[in-house]
Design a protein around this ligand. Structure first.
Ligand SMILES: Nc1ncnc2c1ncn2[C@@H]1O[C@H](COP(=O)(O)OP(=O)(O)OP(=O)(O)O)[C@@H](O)[C@H]1O
Length: 475
């Protein structure tokens, strides 16, 4: 039996449960007088989550502007890939009305033994725990692959630091940070994830990091982040991705406290399509949570952070993920399969609908794990009966009953009555209006939707000894 070691991968920079005060008068979104008015989408007759209309009129007015910008991706090295420049915004949106949103108080969920391992241990609230190579068998029915894509995308070109002007930090993790950067070749903006090799090695994340690169290189889907390429210097690894301007779903959820039913449904449906795609490629994502869901400038989701994604045809044993989102078979060190992502989808939907996660405990991750194993979920009365029915079938420890893990695979999730209005085909083409359009100015590197972080003090691109180079040959 391998040893179990947990460590801090990333702290939620905001708590996962601080929205228990659901009747707070400061909440911009309430179920009782929802600002999300169900509207017909641009594709009449198909599902539309409606619009967030009270956030600010500037956001709404900007959405028209933003939608004029082409959403075509562009290779950072290649100016010809952006022949249609972004439309210049006609109206400058007002910045987010932060004061209206009144973020809930931060509560600490850091495991005492892990508080020193994070680069931001003074500001965080929740850790991800991980243990490697836990073993022992578990009787699991593998989900048959739904579809295997014909074409595997390859990352283009080889970049170096000198191809980009590094700008502010957009987010931080345990081994590094993500920067907004501008390509010197095409002037467009990208996100570059910088991972410190020494930290990756110290935290035994070499395999996960190489997996992350390989998984991201393989995937191509409207709701998954695009990786353009990777490179390294003596100290750091660099991953060049599209910059997703709208910020984390986490921030929107905390500002909103909880989402009305149609809004949660819209985001859950996009995640479901992405999971269906990943599982069709035998990839388990394993880190579903609102922090890893970014909003593009039109309000559609992009799943980022493939740090735990893994190609697993049948069963795996590694314990990784975020405590609140872990399936019981992962907590119990049993072998597990793709169905852990369906469990996490249940937790995500629960959190979107209620503002807190079902097994949350102020005490510690150990308490959360205990709650997960007990498996008792209290459903708030405002959760729609169809949603509750879906959640009960996703957040079930019985793998022979968990939706998504049955014979029909992800189709059975999509066919659940809660998703009845969703026109999956159109949604997969982003042919359905998002419920909320982030107030960003397209094409100008507007990072106003991201929290501020202290900047890196160590210069990138230093020459010198590189004892870890052989571990990251693919970068
Ligand atoms: N492509 C992107 N565009 C904009 N922001 C991004 C992008 N990728 C990541 N971010 C921001 O950076 C944060 C950290 O990214 P990510 O989770 O990938 O880093 P990480 O180092 O793997 O963190 P963790 O320790 O959770 O694994 C995200 O939560 C998000 O706010």
């Amino acid at each position: 039996m391998p040893t179990l070691g947990s460590f801090l991968k990333k702290k939620r920079t905001k708590d996962s449960t601080g929205s228990r005060d659901l009747d707070s008068p400061t909440s911009p979104i309430k179920d009782t007088a929802s600002p999300i008015t169900p509207t017909l989408s641009k594709t009449s007759g198909s599902f539309s989550a409606g619009k967030l209309t009270t956030q600010d009129s500037a956001a709404a007015s900007h959405s028209t502007t933003a939608s004029t910008a082409p959403s075509k991706s562009a290779d950072p090295m290649n100016p010809s890939t952006y022949s249609q420049p972004y439309a210049t915004p006609q109206a400058t949106p007002e910045p987010y009305q932060q004061s209206q949103h009144n973020l809930p108080s931060i509560q600490n969920l850091i495991h005492p033994s892990n508080t020193t391992s994070s680069p931001h241990s003074n500001s965080g609230t929740q850790q991800r725990s991980q243990r490697n190579d836990a073993s022992n068998g578990g009787a699991i029915t593998p989900v048959p692959a739904q579809h295997v894509p014909q074409v595997v995308r390859t990352t283009k070109g080889k970049y170096t630091l000198t191809d980009f002007t590094i700008q502010r930090t957009l987010g931080t993790g345990s081994f590094g940070r993500v920067h907004l950067v501008q390509s010197k070749h095409n002037q467009r903006f990208y996100a570059v994830k910088v991972l410190k090799k020494a930290q990756v090695v110290k935290m035994k994340q070499v395999e996960h990091t190489n997996d992350e690169r390989r998984m991201l290189q393989q995937v191509k889907h409207p709701f998954l982040i695009t990786l353009w390429g990777t490179f390294q210097d003596s100290k750091n690894l660099y991953m060049v991705m599209d910059f997703v301007e709208g910020g984390e779903l986490f921030s929107l959820l905390r500002k909103s406290q909880r989402f009305p039913n149609p809004v949660a449904k819209f985001y859950a449906a996009e995640v479901t399509l992405a999971l269906d795609y990943l599982h069709g490629m035998n990839i388990i994502y394993r880190d579903l949570k609102p922090e890893n869901l970014l909003l593009d400038r039109h309000g559609h989701l992009k799943i980022t952070d493939f740090g735990f994604a893994k190609e697993v045809p049948d069963i795996t044993w590694t314990l990784c993920g975020t405590p609140d989102y872990l399936a019981p078979e992962v907590v119990a060190s049993k072998g597990y399969n793709k169905s852990v992502d369906w469990w996490s989808l249940g937790i995500l939907i629960f959190e979107m609908l209620s503002g807190f996660t079902p097994f949350w405990d102020a005490g510690s991750p150990m308490k959360i794990y205990e709650n997960i194993l007990k498996g008792k979920v209290k459903y708030p009365p405002y959760i729609h009966p169809d949603a509750q029915d879906l959640l009960q079938q996703l957040i079930t420890p019985d793998l022979t009953k968990r939706l998504g893990n049955l014979h029909g695979g992800s189709r059975e999730v999509m066919q659940h009555p809660w998703f009845a209005e969703v026109t999956w085909e159109r949604l997969s083409k982003k042919d359905i209006d998002a419920p909320y359009v982030p107030p960003v100015r397209a094409g100008v590197g507007d990072s106003s939707q991201f929290d501020k972080y202290p900047e890196e003090t160590e210069a990138y691109g230093q020459a010198g000894d590189d004892p870890h180079k052989h571990l990251f040959m693919d970068f």
